[in-house]
Each structure stands twice: as C-alpha cells, then as structure tokens.
Design a binder for this molecule. Structure first.
Ligand code: AMP
Ligand code: MG
Length: 309
C-alpha cells in the first residue's frame, strides 16, 4: 500500500495519508501540478501556503534556511506536530505550495506511515484531506466520504486530531506563534496556551530557555503576508496596453501563457512562477480572463487581491 502511494506521488498524483494530526491530502510539493490537484480536489476558494512535510532535519535544510533558534526547535520537537516557517533556500522551489512566498512552512511528522513515504525522499504538501469547509478527517472513512476516487493509505485513527502548531522567528531570532496547535507553547509568564497534550509541552520560557524573555505570541495568521507583485495588475483584460506584460489563458498571443490548452489545473500550477517572471520585467501586468469555476476561483481570488493594492 505504501509502495503504491509512493509510486503515485512520484508520478504527480495525489493520495491521502495518515499523519499524527489528521489525514492529509498529499502531493509532491516540488511539483506545482500535483499541488494544483490538491487545491482542485479540496475546492479551496483561495491559495494559502501549505505545510511541506519532509523526512528529517537534513531534508528540511535542503529547502529551508534555519537560524540558530529555528534549528534548536527543529532538533527538539521533530519528528512531531510542530511546523516551522523559514526562508526558502531556492526561491523558485514549490511556488504553488508556498503561494509565491519567499518563506516555507516545514514539518517532520512522526506518523510511521507518513515517515515511510517521506523516507523515499519525497517532500509532500499535505493539507487536511477534506473538502474545504467540511469536518477535518481523523479516520480513513472520513476521507473516502470526501474523495471516493483518491487512493487512501489506511492508518487507523489519527492520535491527535488537531493541527500542528506553526511558529516562525523574528529578525532577533525570537519565536513567534503563527497558529496555535497541539504542541503547547508557553507564554513569557509561563502560562500555558492551547492545552491539549501536556506530554508535548513546548517549554521555551523557562530559565536557560533560549528566548523566553522576548518571545511573542500573536494571533494565528497575523504574520502571514500574501505574495503580491510589485507592479500593478489589471485583470479580465482581453488584450494588453502597449506598455503591459500580458499573461494569457487559452489560445492567444501573450508574453506568458498560464495554459494554452485552457486547463485550470495547469494555470494554477503556473500562476505564481509566471507572476514572478512577469513582475521581474518591471512593467504593469495585464491578465486575461480566467473562468471562475473549480480551481479558477482560487486563481481569480489571488489575482483580484493583487489588483486592489
Ligand atoms: P495546512 O493547511 O494544514 O497545510 O496549514 C498551513 C498553515 O501554515 C496555515 O496556517 C498557514 O497560514 C501556515 N503557513 C504556511 N506557510 C506559511 C508561510 N510561508 N508563512 C506563514 N504561515 C505559513
Ligand atoms: Mg484543514
């Protein structure tokens, strides 16, 4: 079952896998088309950056740049339900999984099945295996109800059933909690937050702790700045003005084509890398109309937000 999952994932397909938190809908993070399939299957109305799951710290260091403090947390809590957001080593890597950002959220999970898959060298984006807005899946049968046609590796009930804690570090290398989760982070006064699994207490505030004095806790998602191009964007453009870089969709003349054959999955896969490439030309950007259906809705959401800066 695990071999079959690895084979499918390496071929760019998506599969459902158990993790210690919830069942994840997994795809090769480095393959933008595979990640586009995750978004299409989940029906998410917007592109949020996803967590990239890797086998161990050595693998994490291949894709992320770890500060001293980030490394300490990784060494202490991995494998486990802690996600660490760090600068990307290669800005072009996992453009869709990171939603165009220069940072990447990385986790080394503890679940034996997930670990077996990751041991193959795969790096997997794996958001919860449910249709957007539906209940979070902690059993394989929940996944099957949502996705009857997707290959599922049965791994029993997920132990935790809660999402991972997401942290990052500020310019002084102090830890910042981006999302509360199963791993407890103590605040500066030693008061515990998100109290679910005492055994997993993430104690960083005590004497001798690396940064207890300066640790910040902010509301989840607060620090997540979405990627937006530097140049103005005009959407639903049938043709470009003479000074504009034109991003097309379907069979048309343009500077970059999201998908000549009009595939929304292909367009989603190309979106962030083409926005970056067009933005680098330092001219206003015009984008052809994208059908507002299926994953096209998430594409239009990102383009609309970028156009209202
Ligand atoms: P999931 O949907 O379970 O993969 O959860 C992803 C979580 O990680 C969300 O809370 C995201 O906001 C957060 N996240 C992922 N990448 C980043 C990033 N580069 N910067 C900040 N937060 C991130
Ligand atoms: Mg979810």
């Amino acid at each position: 079952m695990i071999e079959k999952a690895i084979e499918l994932l390496k071929a760019g397909e998506i599969v459902a896998l158990p993790t210690e938190t919830v069942y994840g809908l997994a795809g090769d993070a480095g393959n933008d088309t595979a990640v586009a399939k995750i978004y299409a299957a989940k029906g998410r109305p917007s592109f949020n950056p996803l967590i990239v799951h890797v086998y161990d710290f050595a693998a994490a260091e291949k894709i992320g740049v770890f500060s001293k403090a980030a490394k300490k947390f990784a060494k202490k809590y991995w494998p486990g339900p802690l996600t660490i957001v760090v600068p990307k080593r290669d800005k072009k890597f996992a453009a869709l999984a990171t939603a165009g950002l220069d940072t990447i959220a990385i986790r080394v999970p503890a679940h034996p099945i997930m670990r077996e898959v990751l041991k193959s060298g795969l790096m997997l984006a794996a958001p919860s295996a449910n249709i957007s807005g539906k209940l979070t899946p902690t059993e394989a049968k929940h996944v099957a109800e949502n996705f009857p046609h997707i290959y599922i590796v049965e791994g029993g009930k997920c132990e935790v059933g809660l999402e991972s804690t997401v942290i990052t570090f500020d310019e002084h290398d102090n830890v910042i909690v981006l999302r509360e989760g199963v791993l407890q982070i103590e605040d500066v006064r030693g008061r515990s937050r998100a109290s679910h699994q005492p055994a997993e207490r993430c104690s960083i505030g005590g004497p001798g702790g690396p940064h207890g004095e300066h640790k910040k806790i902010i509301s989840p998602g607060q620090l997540l700045k979405h990627y937006a191009p530097k140049n103005p964007i005009r959407i639903n453009a049938d043709s470009p003005q003479p000074n504009e870089t034109f991003i097309g969709f379907g069979n048309m003349k343009c500077d970059f084509n999201l998908s000549e054959r009009g595939s929304l999955i292909e367009a989603a896969a190309n979106l962030f890398s083409m926005l970056h490439a067009a933005d680098a030309l330092n001219k206003p950007i015009a984008v052809a109309p994208i059908p507002n259906e299926e994953v096209g809705a998430a594409i239009n959401d990102r383009l609309t937000r970028s156009s209202h800066k």
